[in-house]
Design a protein around this ligand. Structure first.
Ligand code: UDP
Length: 489
């Protein structure tokens, strides 16, 4: 029988290893913090400059007694020939830099392994881009869980494309084909399919290694929730056969302070932004942002500007092009644009979750990055889907054809980030039409808005005690505790 003086059992210890890109680090750090709020001892491994992004939030957690810490490694700039401070994928400006950064992440393998050997945790939660962690975890005798930063829908579509190779049976790039084996009828064209899913290339080989490591992992941790894509959660678990836990939307665990500085310090005063929104009618403002990495060329920015003006709805437009910030070069804006429109342009990092949660926001024109979609759904904000690269065209189909929580802008071609960046991909007329379709309040728009709001209400419930994501988190912690006990015994 346990005596009163017996010390409590040691905390379950998890090490999180996020990939060095905002779209991966942001949800993984949120996840780590979520585990810590349930009493799990958590260490997040990151590099010097990246650690600064999360330091304040982690310090707040530590102050409030949560068992969480950062383990900071120096980034190997000199070894790969990158300028000091360039430590994440969002900051690269060429394919050469992208490769060097990837190479640098591989060089982190040794110090990470050493850190894990010095103190073996109960489980490694690794980004998918570190497939080596599966063998290393096996050597240490501990489970490896893989973090997948996309939707179930995209994972199922990718699996289908690779398994059935439907692109080989179409005769033209623009011919619609049905993605085989999915729970719903979903149509794509060959042009919308990522290069590496269309034909085998270098990335296909990397993804094969990632998939193989995923199959040998203890399971997959997802920032999603069952009610958002139930058929695809079931398909992934039961047909593709991979064990998963949904613990999202992880952005729901953030405090207001967290939201001000999540992922980066915001370039606008959040209070100024929110008080401008306070002066707008509910559901009247369109939020336009294309994630943490993409920079449209000036002619495409011009098309967006003219479409926003013509559609005549208030907007917040986030633009990450640095050259337009310091140089003050706004040649891409039509003459007198700023004085005619009722809009706010944020040139740099925006407090996205805070903005989306404001009652004045009525639509989100997005590149369909998974975090952005999920954050929008969580806030009950319908989408204008403008997919660009990565798995975004698959996500677009979830938005427009399956969940029916948005309209498409009419993007036709999957882009290679940093290679296809100079082109206009969608013209003013199409952009304007999509904005009017969602924001003008017709019957279709009302139905889409109501569906999205309903999902937003469900999102709030799933993270509460007894909700589906809450239950998955508790059951995963329970499984890991049992595994640790059987290892110790
Ligand atoms: N984000 C933000 N402010 C910005 C741009 C992006 O807060 O100005 C956040 C956004 O809320 C999301 C993440 O960065 O959590 C972007 O992830 P997503 O999957 O949408 O796209 P990616 O940047 O990975 O392409």
């Amino acid at each position: 029988m346990a005596s009163d003086t017996e010390s409590p059992p040691p905390k379950l210890e998890l090490v999180f290893i996020p990939f060095l890109a905002s779209g991966h680090m942001i949800p993984m750090v949120d996840m780590a913090r979520l585990f810590a709020s349930h009493g799990v001892a958590v260490t997040i491994i990151t590099t010097t400059h990246n650690s600064l992004i999360f330091k304040n939030a982690i310090d707040r957690d530590i102050k409030s007694g949560k068992p969480i810490k950062l383990h900071v490694l120096p980034f190997p700039f000199a070894e790969v020939g990158l300028p000091e401070g360039l430590e994440k994928m969002n900051s690269v400006t060429s394919q050469g830099q992208k490769q060097k950064l990837y190479q640098a992440t591989m060089l982190l393998k040794k110090p990470i392994q050493q850190m894990l050997l010095d103190h073996i945790p109960d489980c490694i939660v690794s980004d998918m881009f570190y497939p080596w962690t599966v063998d290393f975890a096996a050597e240490l005798g501990i489970p490896r869980i893989v973090f997948q930063g996309s939707s179930y829908f995209a994972l199922c579509a990718q699996y289908s494309m690779r398994h059935y190779a439907p692109c080989e049976n179409v005769t033209s790039d623009m011919e619609l084909f049905v993605v085989p084996g999915l729970p719903d009828r979903v149509e794509l064209t060959r042009l919308q399919v990522p290069d590496h899913d269309r034909t085998k290339n270098e990335l296909t080989a990397i993804l094969d290694v990632i998939r193989e490591a995923e199959l040998r992992s203890f399971g997959v941790l997802m920032n999603s929730f069952y009610e958002l894509e139930p058929s695809y959660v079931n398909h992934f678990r039961n047909v593709i056969g991979i064990k998963t836990w949904n613990i999202g939307p992880v952005s729901l665990c953030l405090s207001t302070n967290d939201k001000y500085e999540r992922g980066h310090n915001s370039v606008v005063d959040p209070h100024e932004c929110l008080s401008w929104l306070d002066s707008m009618k509910p559901n009247s403002v369109l939020y336009v942002s294309f994630g943490s990495q993409h920079k449209f060329p000036p002619p495409q920015l011009y098309e967006i500007a003219t479409a926003l003006e013509a559609s005549n709805h208030p907007f917040i437009w986030v633009i990450h092009n640095e050259e337009t910030i310091d140089g003050g070069d706004e040649a891409w804006l039509p003459n007198g644009f700023k004085s005619r429109v009722n809009g706010m342009i944020i040139r740099g990092w925006a407090p996205q979750v805070l903005i989306l949660e404001h009652v004045a926001i009525g639509g989100f024109m997005t590149h369909c990055g998974w975090n952005s979609i999920l954050e929008s759904v969580t806030a009950g904000v319908p989408l204008i889907a403008w997919p660009l690269y990565a798995e975004q065209f698959y996500n677009e189909k979830l938005v427009t054809q399956v969940a029916k929580i948005g309209v498409g802008v009419g993007a036709e071609k999957w882009l290679n980030l940093l290679e296809d960046d100079g082109k206009v991909v969608v013209k003013k007329k199409k952009i304007e039409k999509a904005v009017i379709r969602l924001m003008d309040g017709g019957d279709e728009a009302k139905e889409i808005r109501e569906r999205t709001k309903e999902l937003g209400r469900k999102a709030m419930k799933v993270v509460e005690v007894g909700g589906s994501s809450y239950n998955d988190l508790i059951s995963l912690i329970g499984e890991l505790v049992l595994l640790r006990e059987s290892r110790i015994n």
